[in-house]
Design a protein around this ligand. Structure first.
Ligand code: SAH
Length: 460
């Protein structure tokens, strides 16, 4: 006889529930005898009638039918295409409610995954204006009634919906891309057609330097040629003096991946520039660069504060990307070693160090979990180690080396609270104490949450 209880709900059943949580996709979570049901658009503390849509062994999906009690934080989503787009998940929750939900998410994983119920988790550092913050737009291009359209793929489809502006996007990018669609339509540029693998323009990308005001425009095309190139460039540069760089990337493949391998400058510079906290960055079409520069400064300031540098320290910055955190730290440390797996990012990091006259930072290409153990074997010591891994967190080989290296302090920057909690547990069990965790809202209106955690070595 099976000891496993059958799910307590049936498909197509209508039930009344109270929501207690949000998933990391932004759906409400209600429980029936501990069995979770995920319901899009529902918010914590709301009471509602739902219809059970899909039943699995350990969870079910439901649809919101009637709200009996609404959350005090519920609001009308300001974006008109919120439900079709799917880029944002939390516009139906007020910003205050979003910050509370993100704080709770971090607290919950600290307890549940990290077994760290007492670690102080501060209220999320949010934005004064949580809109228009993105400095990079990547817009798929299609055709409608002989003209070009561009916007987003209707959720769950490959159908392109036209959009003139996006509420989380820098207006400068939106205005430019709207004009680019018009200008390219006028000059007869065709849109890429996925099914036939025909047509020219696949995507348009714009990047905006918040501090410098400089803009880069990138055409991603299927063909090596962009028809009427000269005329198009002339119109764009005449209308937008802020555009300093126009680039073409060629992607000849049948693929969902946006960029191809070939990138060439059509007009102006290969780079635009921007500043974060007084440090200048050169950004190329393919460079990784944080998309919310205002909150990036908040995140890095917190990282620097937790690192508590006096000027004598050797610091390792693992998963350093284009060296943004490394260069921030280098201003206050004796020496910084950055390591990153993507070779082009390390080239950018070296260029950015030179651009700022920073000589006490050196960069290596490779996996953090291989390079740092090798450094340790060579006798390199670190007083402070900063890590900023991707969502999957740190490799255990790296955590082992950190434990062996015994730095005074570790600052852990994380875009995945669950893996952060897991890795904090490891470090707690290997000689470190988590002093506090500061969440930072890098992506308002979405479920993403970034954290900085400060750890001290116990015997220190
Ligand atoms: N610290 C940077 C980038 C953080 S994103 C910033 O603030 O901008 C995480 C980075 O880790 C990415 O650049 C990714 O390419 C890199 N990465 C992923 N796996 C890695 C590994 N095993 N070793 C080193 N770097 C890695």
């Amino acid at each position: 006889m099976s000891t496993k209880a059958a799910p307590p709900v049936e498909k197509n059943e209508y039930i009344d529930v109270v929501f207690e949580d949000l998933t990391h996709e932004g759906a409400g979570v209600a429980k029936v005898n501990g069995y979770p049901i995920f319901v899009p658009q529902a918010l914590p503390d709301e009471r509602a009638k739902i219809k059970v849509i899909k039943v699995k062994k350990n969870f079910a999906f439901g649809k919101l039918m009637e709200l009996y009690e609404t959350s005090p934080y519920r609001q009308e989503a300001p974006c008109l295409v919120y439900k079709q787009c799917g880029g944002c998940q939390l516009q139906h929750l007020s910003y205050e409610g979003q910050l509370k939900a993100k704080e709770k998410q971090v607290r919950d994983v600290m307890q549940r995954i990290g077994n760290l119920p007492d670690v102080p988790v501060h209220p999320v550092l949010g934005m004064e204006n949580p809109w228009l913050y993105r400095n990079k737009a990547q817009v798929p291009i299609g055709e409608h009634e002989g003209g070009l359209i561009g916007g987003f793929y209707r959720q769950g489809t490959h159908e392109i919906v036209d959009m003139k502006s996006c509420l989380i996007q820098a207006e400068e990018n939106d205005v430019l891309i709207q004009r680019v669609k018009e200008i390219c339509s006028k000059h007869g540029v065709s849109a890429y057609r996925e099914e036939q693998h025909k047509g020219t323009l696949r995507h348009v990308m714009a990047r905006y330097g918040l501090v410098t005001g400089e803009i880069m425009l990138v055409f991603i095309t299927r063909t090596a040629e962009l028809p009427q190139k000269a005329a198009i460039i002339e119109e764009i540069t005449a209308a937008f003096p802020q555009v300093k760089s126009i680039v073409q990337n060629v992607n000849e493949k049948r693929t969902n991946v946006i960029f191809g391998d070939k990138t060439k400058v059509l007009w102006g510079s290969e780079y635009i520039y921007d500043y974060i906290g007084g440090i200048k960055f050169a950004i190329s079409a393919r460079s990784f660069y944080q998309v919310n520069p205002v909150q990036t400064k908040v995140l890095y300031d917190k990282t620097l504060e937790y690192a508590q540098l006096s000027g004598n320290e050797a610091v390792i910055d693992a998963y350093c990307g284009i060296g943004t955190i490394s260069l921030f730290l280098a201003q206050k440390a004796k020496h910084v070693y950055g390591v990153e797996i993507v070779p082009e990012a390390i080239e950018d990091a070296k260029r950015n160090a030179a651009l700022n006259g920073i000589e006490n930072a050196e960069f290596a290409v490779g996996e953090a979990e291989k390079v740092i153990p090798a450094w340790y074997k060579q006798g390199i010591q670190a007083d402070v180690i900063v890590v900023d891994p991707p969502r999957k967190g740190c490799d255990e080989a790296l955590l082992e080396t950190i434990a062996a290296m015994k730095p005074k302090r570790v600052v852990y920057v994380s875009c995945g609270p669950a893996t952060l909690a897991r890795d904090l547990r490891y470090l707690e069990d290997h000689g470190f104490r988590t002093v506090e965790v500061q969440p930072v809202d890098m992506f308002p209106q979405t479920m993403h949450v970034e954290c900085v955690a400060w750890l001290e070595r116990k015997e220190a």
